[in-house]
Design a protein around this ligand. Structure first.
Ligand code: HEC
Ligand code: HEC
Length: 204
């Protein structure tokens, strides 16, 4: 009993001393501190703000968030607001901010237009064989939760934001995607983009 106590105590101490080193890789608390300035647009709980063009970040994958911030900073993804917000962040900050937003609970979104949802569901689940548009769920998952580290969560997002991104991929003004989304969106009609965006808003 006595020897177990001392062994456990030593082992416990070893674990305690190890934990901060592991957490230093990507630190939720450090990310939260850096994210104070983000709350005005992305929400105190990460679920977005007053403008539907300000995306929800809660529950988004940490690697995807870090990549987008690096892309905004380098100019690979262009947005006048976000390039300014990302500019002061170091790569470690981007990782920390990513794990912080990933740790927040995503609130479910809601689709409004049942007819659009029906059209959008077909595209999301089956693609569009005629125009060689892949089923969205093959990369973003059947519930839109994405597949880390490359394929982001797209469920529950504001439809207006999703629509804006798909139109930007289609026109090539957003092209930080290794040509995956630009090729897909290029073959989609504006009506299909509107429908699939509405469907994904209610997906959970
Ligand atoms: C003044 C409003 C505003 C502030 C403050 C702001 N953002 Fe943004 N953010 C936006 C807008 C608008 C977009 C969408 C840009 C676009 O349409 O491509 C965006 C997009 C993003 C994205 C991409 C999301 C996705 O799904 O691809 C990330 C990540 C992000 N912001 C992180 C942050 C972080 C981290 C901070 C704080 C350091 C921050 N933002 C502060 C307005 C803001
Ligand atoms: C072959 C895999 C693949 C398929 C199929 C795919 N996507 Fe994507 N999608 C990606 C990748 C990778 C990204 C991230 C690009 C980046 O890093 O900026 C992405 C990003 C997105 C984004 C941006 C998310 C954000 O928060 O800004 C949207 C919206 C999206 N995809 C919708 C769709 C829709 C709708 C379909 C079906 C018509 C689809 N995707 C099919 C791989 C895929």
């Amino acid at each position: 009993m006595k020897s177990c106590l001392s062994v456990c105590a030593v082992f416990g101490f070893y674990l305690l001393s190890l934990t901060p080193a592991l957490a230093a890789n990507a630190n939720v608390a450090a990310g939260q501190a850096k994210a104070a300035v983000c709350a005005g647009c992305h929400g105190a709980d990460g679920n977005g703000g007053a403008d539907p063009l300000w995306p929800k970040l809660a529950g988004q994958q940490s690697e995807y968030i870090a990549k987008q911030l690096a892309d905004f900073k380098s100019g690979a993804r262009k947005d006048p607001i976000m390039s300014g917000m990302a500019a002061p962040l170091a790569p470690a900050d981007m990782k920390n901010v990513g794990v912080y937003f990933a740790s927040l609970q995503a609130k479910p979104g809601a689709a409004k237009d049942a007819e659009l949802v029906k059209q959008g569901e077909k595209i999301y689940r089956g693609g569009n064989a005629k125009m060689a548009v892949s089923a969205c769920m093959s990369c973003h998952g059947p519930s839109g939760h994405g597949i880390p580290p490359r394929f982001p969560k797209v469920s529950g997002q504001n439809a207006a934001y999703t629509q804006k991104q798909l139109l930007a991929f289609k026109s090539g003004t957003r092209n930080n995607d290794s040509e995956v989304m630009t090729r897909i969106a290029f073959r989609m009609s504006e009506q299909e983009i509107k429908a699939v965006s509405e469907y994904m808003a209610g997906l959970h």
